[in-house]
Design a binder for this molecule. Structure first.
Ligand SMILES: [Ca+2]
Ligand SMILES: [Zn+2]
Length: 420
């Protein structure tokens, strides 16, 4: 079965690869399953995927406003049906590669937000508790695994991701599971329990179905190979063997939260996001995917949300998420926005910054987009760890708060609360 899975991964990746101009023999070798470390380290053409998607579908994106589905889709190249197959294939940026301290593995719990290797905003978070890992999303493009897989391998030393969560069907979240010229997450790791979204718009539209379809095929191959698959709704309902709560370690649990779009339809893919909380003693770490304001209202209403030590900013720091309704309840201490500052949607948005500012100035962001359209690191790989009480943030590039970066000073207004 493992062989069948590998073969299917190769076929899907190779089929994707055919349509990529960047595909070369080295890429094909990757697709056959060899480690891809560094092959694209100096690829140079950092904005190819993003650029192709710019052409057809950026009209609504920059507002980050009402048409969020296309906003997020276009972030990874899906708005234009013609580029569904090439959605966001981007070789890694050259040069500015982060190093990450490895001593953090000795801590009880660590949460990693790796740099995704390009200028497309996307989500990927690795949570490590002993030998148990949870991977939430695998952004941001099919080229991201060239950067993220070697990173994850440093920490997932047994090769098994015990829990894999795909929050929703947008390609800036699921492309990395599929991979392209670099082998994706599914081809690179054994998966235990896969939890994903009960609903998607991808089956109802002609846009961006290819990455989604590839994701489903490879996910199902994982199940053939021994993984189990549940939707977040099955987890919430404790149905079909799924559980609402999973123990990751002593006093550390993964809890699937409820929000109404698990079973109410929406035209916005972001609203279908799986939401979850990791709890470690009195510390709470919240992940809401790209859930937008109406979903956040439902989340607040349906769950007794505590104050949160860490909040993975909803929708990459967009003004469509992190509403006051949510933020005033969770009052986050540390916020990580998984975005490339100044990307095509101009994340992170001022409204998001203003909403979290009353509670914290500890905002961390992996990277920024430079004028030449390549990326530069801000914090780099962001790691949050704790032994149960005190929480530490350590980043591979620097630990500079977002408010103290040049990018912030040049591009955003300082909220009053941050002036002192
Ligand atoms: Ca493991
Ligand atoms: Zn997204």
């Amino acid at each position: 079965m493992k062989k069948l899975k590998k073969l299917l991964c190769c076929i899907v990746a190779a089929l994707s690869c055919v349509t990529f101009s960047a595909c070369d023999l080295g890429g094909m070798m990757d697709d056959i399953g060899f480690p891809s470390d560094g092959i694209f380290g100096d690829g140079g053409d950092t904005d190819s995927g993003d650029g192709s998607s710019d052409s057809g579908s950026d009209s609504s994106g920059d507002t980050g406003g009402s048409d969020e589905t296309s906003s997020d889709d276009t972030a990874s190249g899906s708005g234009d049906p013609s580029d569904g197959s090439s959605s966001g294939e981007e070789p890694s940026d050259s040069g500015d590669e982060p190093d990450t301290p490895v001593d953090i593995v000795t801590h009880e719990l660590s949460i990693h937000f790796p740099f995704l290797g390009n200028v497309t905003s996307g989500d990927c978070a690795l949570i490590k508790v002993g030998d148990t890992e949870v991977l939430i999303d695998a952004g941001s493009t099919t080229g991201s695994p060239a950067t993220t897989v070697p990173y994850i391998r440093q920490y997932c030393t047994d090769g098994i991701l015990e829990y894999v969560i795909a929050t929703h069907g947008d390609s800036d979240h699921i492309s990395g599971f599929v991979g392209g010229s670099a082998a994706g997450i599914f081809a690179s790791f054994e998966c235990g329990t896969i939890i994903d979204f009960p609903q998607t718009t991808k089956t109802k539209t002609s846009e961006n179905t290819q990455v989604y379809n590839n994701y489903v095929a490879l996910r199902d191959a994982e199940v053939e190979a021994g993984a189990v698959h549940y939707t977040a709704l099955e987890c919430w309902n404790n149905a079909n063997g799924a559980k609402r709560s999973y123990e990751l370690g002593e006093d550390i649990t993964l809890n699937i939260l409820y929000q109404k779009y698990y079973e109410t339809s929406s035209s916005i893919e972001n609203n279908y996001s799986v939401c979850l909380m990791i709890t470690q003693g009195e510390n709470n770490y919240l992940f809401t995917g790209d859930l937008e304001e109406s979903g956040e209202e439902s989340l607040v209403k349906s769950n007794d949300l505590p104050k949160c030590t860490l909040y993975k900013a909803g929708h990459h720091g967009s003004n469509t998420a992190s509403s006051k309704t949510l933020i005033d309840v969770i009052q986050p201490e540390i916020v990580v926005a998984c975005c490339c500052c100044g990307d095509k949607y101009d994340f992170p948005h001022q409204e998001f910054i203003d909403n979290i500012a009353p509670y914290t100035d500890k905002l961390y962001i992996p990277s920024m987009k430079k004028a030449d359209k390549t990326s530069a690191l801000l914090n780099g790989n962001i790691v949050v760890w704790s032994d149960g009480k005190e929480v530490t943030v350590n980043c591979s590039n620097n630990n500079t708060l977002f408010k103290d970066t040049e990018w912030f000073k040049e591009n955003r207004q300082t909220p009053e609360k941050w002036l002192n």
